[in-house]
Design a protein around this ligand. Structure first.
Ligand SMILES: [Zn+2]
Ligand SMILES: [Zn+2]
Length: 103
């Protein structure tokens, strides 16, 4: 097969992504695979975007870990707040609303 860019050159490999034949001068290696120049640019950009997303995810994960560590303290505070706002009602509320079975 002929190289997509050079009519006189025999292709050495196919692009991993678009399967176009490439001569040695047109081959681009990226992570052990061969690409044409268009696809090499594409996969490199996608790789860099993913790396950036992974970085962002790692940062978010760290923030979540911090939230998990802080959560039990916050939950304990909320529970004590709720308990102190209901000093007597739960035990006797049934009687006030006519739910006592003996009446
Ligand atoms: Zn390609
Ligand atoms: Zn070529």
């Amino acid at each position: 097969m002929q190289c997509i860019n050079h009519n006189e050159a025999q292709s050495q490999a196919l692009c991993t992504r678009c399967d176009r034949p490439l001569c040695a001068a047109c081959l681009h290696d990226f992570q052990g695979k061969t690409y044409c120049s268009d696809c090499a640019t594409f996969v490199r950009q996608r790789f860099e975007t993913r790396a950036a997303q992974a970085q962002a995810h790692a940062t978010t994960g760290a923030a979540l870990d911090a939230a998990v560590v802080a959560a039990p303290i916050e939950r304990r505070r909320a529970a004590s707040r709720a308990a102190s706002s209901l000093p007597w009602r739960p035990a006797s509320a049934g009687r006030f609303y006519g739910m006592d079975p003996s009446s």
